[in-house]
Design a protein around this ligand. Structure first.
Ligand code: NAP
Ligand code: ZN
Ligand code: ZN
Length: 363
């Protein structure tokens, strides 16, 4: 495969740059292939991390293939990053060289707006900077993610992790973990509540583990019959095949809360019918096509349809600490980076048990 180079903006040529091996897409229709990117050398508040593992999120695929608008190329995906600190800037307090460290979906925000002040950096009014495909104020270009040997990130956006649990299992917590933890906490899911997790993939399997750990009664809602055994192993109390009309009829109007993690286009109204009066369905999956929902599906039963984006930095740290305390990690299939395109194809078929994680030693 050809090797290409993504250069920093000449406007910031005074900054020193580190040539870094990476994998990325050159266009929506080309495979993920080797390339070289430039990382900035650490500024006073930066942490430089040698990446050990990076999870593969369905958002990586949506972005690399321009299934959502606005992808900038070359696109180096990856926002479930764990690694070891190799250098720190002079002002860094939380980390020293050799420490374990993690980076999730955000690498910068304004820290001035009300959302940032509340620790909701993901909703920064001035625009958060995603770990990839975000506006990089230092290079003048766009950010490159974790399918790479190293990353340099402002200290506030670097998380601490415990060395107690397997690092490859921790990596997916940085997106799949926090994206499911945050809505479960925000809507106060807990004992006595019936929760449906829709879609058993990367996010879905973390949703099951976390909701079970919070003492909810959890039903896995899946369109794949072969996942029933796994759903039970993950702790789900019930499994319902969404294509089975009889089973679906039995659970109509029964859930307090549904977490919708489905990545493909689907009918929201169909699943709103599973909520009880005043129930809430939260979309975290982002299918490529906008959906249509008739108001009557919300009005009858005072139902809510909501959304949630990853989580802020304080809550991401809280989730990592919670998972360390409760021995919660992701179920992973560790892959060689050369197999990333095949992993994308398997992810599209729903054939992930339950998160691919790239071993960066293979890069
Ligand atoms: P994933 O591992 O591919 O899982 C998606 C699951 O959706 C599949 O395993 C499958 O579960 C179900 N599914 C797929 N195609 C379907 C279809 N045609 N009909 C019904 N169900 C289908 O993906 P992921 O990494 O968990 O990500 C899920 C979605 O969340 C993506 O759209 C991603 O971009 C988005 N996301 C959002 C946020 C956020 O902050 N809101 C963060 C991360 C990711 P079953 O086989 O069990 O049906
Ligand atoms: Zn993600
Ligand atoms: Zn802000």
């Amino acid at each position: 495969m050809p090797t290409t180079t993504a250069q920093p903006n000449p406007a910031t040529a005074a900054t020193k740059w580190l040539s870094t091996k990476a994998y990325g897409a050159q266009s929506a229709t080309t495979p993920i292939a080797p390339l070289t990117i430039e990382r900035r050398t650490p500024r006073p508040d930066d942490v430089q991390i040698d990446i050990l593992y990076c999870g593969v999120c369905h958002s990586d695929l949506h972005t690399a293939r321009s299934e959502w608008p606005g992808t900038l190329y070359p696109c180096v995906p990856g926002h479930e990053i764990v690694g070891r600190v190799t250098a720190i800037g002079t002002d860094v307090k939380k980390f020293k060289v050799g420490d374990l460290a993690a980076v999730g979906c955000l690498v910068d925000s304004c820290y001035k707006c009300d959302n940032c002040k509340e620790g909701l950096e993901q909703y920064c009014s001035n625009g958060m900077v995603g770990t990839y495909n975000g506006p990089d104020k230092y290079s003048g270009g766009h950010t490159f993610g974790g399918y790479s040997k190293q990353i340099v990130v402002r200290e506030e956006f670097v998380l601490t992790i415990s060395g107690k649990l397997p690092l490859e299992g921790i990596a997916p917590l940085l997106c799949a973990g926090i994206t499911t933890y945050s809505p479960l906490r925000h809507w106060k899911v807990g004992k006595g509540q019936k929760v449906g997790i829709l879609g058993l993939g990367g996010l879905g399997h973390m949703g099951v583990k976390l909701a079970v750990s919070m003492d909810a009664e959890v039903t896995m809602l899946s369109h794949t019959p072969s996942k029933e055994k796994d759903a039970k192993k993950l702790g789900a109390h019930h499994f319902v095949l969404t294509s089975d009309e009889e089973q679906m009829k039995k659970i109509a109007g029964s859930f307090d809360f549904i977490l919708d993690t489905v990545s493909a286009d689907h009918d929201y109204s169909f699943y709103l019918g599973l909520l009880r009066t005043s129930g809430v369905m939260v979309c975290v999956g982002v299918p490529p096509t906008p959906a249509t929902v008739h108001a009557i599906n919300l009005i009858l039963g005072r139902k809510s349809l909501a959304g949630s984006l990853i989580g802020g930095i304080p809550e991401t740290q809280e989730m990592l600490d919670y998972c360390a305390k409760n021995n919660i990690v992701s179920e992973v299939e560790v892959i060689n980076i050369k197999d990333i395109n095949e992993a994308y194809e398997r992810m599209l078929k729903g054939d992930v048990r339950y998160r691919f994680v790239i071993d960066m030693a293979t890069l």
